[in-house]
Design a protein around this ligand. Structure first.
Ligand code: 0X9
Ligand code: ZN
Length: 302
């Protein structure tokens, strides 16, 4: 399995995904959902006991923001447990399909390893020479650019030239849209700050089913705390963190109609984005217990 001893490069994650699919052909399928701006492949891993049974599905992505390294590490660990640990987690695989996108912004992720550890956005060219990338989490077409985003290509929260200007966001959109009827839970791992956020990010109003969103988040939090985690703050993005439109979570719920949608801000402790490798294992394992609770709630609500 993934040993959580360090943060992997994008190429290593890609190689691992190919290997795990080869080693577990009846449980793991890889969907190539398109290329990034710089030409990297974006791979969604489908893990299921019965890949053609069309079970209720859970989507997990991570690394929409390049510098939030603990997020891909957490998603990668979840993938490795679900795919490779044959003797455990039957509860999580039974009657469920998992779709995992370990690195949602591969170009940015690679850039944080080679050039600028604090890079957040994609790496596309913009109308401004010397300013690169848009914030993929401001680029989704649901109340796009209404609040908490910028039209300035040099800004860290540049919403993009238009909604879905970023190929990475567009690739995710297409896959989610095509599978929207089976996906009941959308999870996006970010860091940092220990938050479980539900929609909306574009308005302070609550979705009408906010109580369900909140109670499911509370189950996940309880499971993570039982596994040793610091507690998470639960609430709507706008009410708990800040207003910001164009997020993937808002689009998943508001446009694609996926009922349960969350952004999980993993812990940074005192280190922020630069969480030391010694923390990876605990965060990944605690988060995996959160996923187990999410899975059981999805089945209960089905
Ligand atoms: O600002 C963001 O995109 C997220 N926080 S982060 O520090 N990881 O950048 C929060 C996104 C919450 N969801 C929405 N605002 N839709
Ligand atoms: Zn983020």
């Amino acid at each position: 399995y993934i040993d959580n001893k360090r943060y992997f490069l994008y190429d290593e994650i890609e190689d691992y995904i190919k290997r795990v699919a080869e080693n577990h052909p009846n449980r793991v399928k890889v969907h190539d959902i398109g290329r990034t701006f710089e030409g990297r492949r974006m791979l969604v891993v489908h893990v299921s006991n019965c890949p053609y049974c069309n079970y209720t599905a859970i989507w997990v992505d991570a690394g929409i923001h390049a510098r939030e390294w603990i997020a891909p590490a957490t998603a990668l660990f979840a993938l490795s447990q679900l795919a490779e640990n044959e003797t455990a987690h039957a509860d999580m695989r039974e009657q469920l399909d998992w779709y995992i996108l370990v690195v949602a912004n591969p170009d940015g992720y690679q850039f944080t390893h080679t050039t600028d550890r604090m890079w957040r956005k994609t790496r596309s060219t913009t109308s401004m020479p010397g300013c690169y990338g848009a914030d993929p989490n401001r680029n989704f077409d649901f109340h796009w650019n209404e609040v908490g985003a910028s039209k300035n290509p040099c800004s860290e929260t540049f919403a993009g030239r238009n909604a879905f200007s970023e190929i990475e966001a567009k690739n995710i959109r297409t896959f989610l849209w095509d599978n929207r009827l089976k996906i009941k839970l959308y999870i996006s791992y970010h860091s940092y700050g220990n938050f479980i956020l539900y929609p909306w990010g574009y308005t302070a109003e609550n979705p009408k089913d906010w109580q369900t969103l909140k109670s499911v988040a509370m189950k996940a939090n309880e499971a993570m705390v039982r596994a040793g985690s610091e507690p998470y703050t639960i609430g709507s993005s706008t009410q708990t963190l800040y207003a910001a439109a164009g997020g993937s979570d808002d689009w998943a719920k508001g446009f694609a109609g996926i009922p349960l949608s969350y952004t999980i801000e993993l812990p940074g402790y005192k280190f922020g984005f630069q969480l030391p490798t010694s923390y990876i294992d605990a965060v990944a394992r605690q988060s995996f217990e959160g996923l187990r609770a999410f899975a059981s709630e999805v089945k209960r609500l089905r």
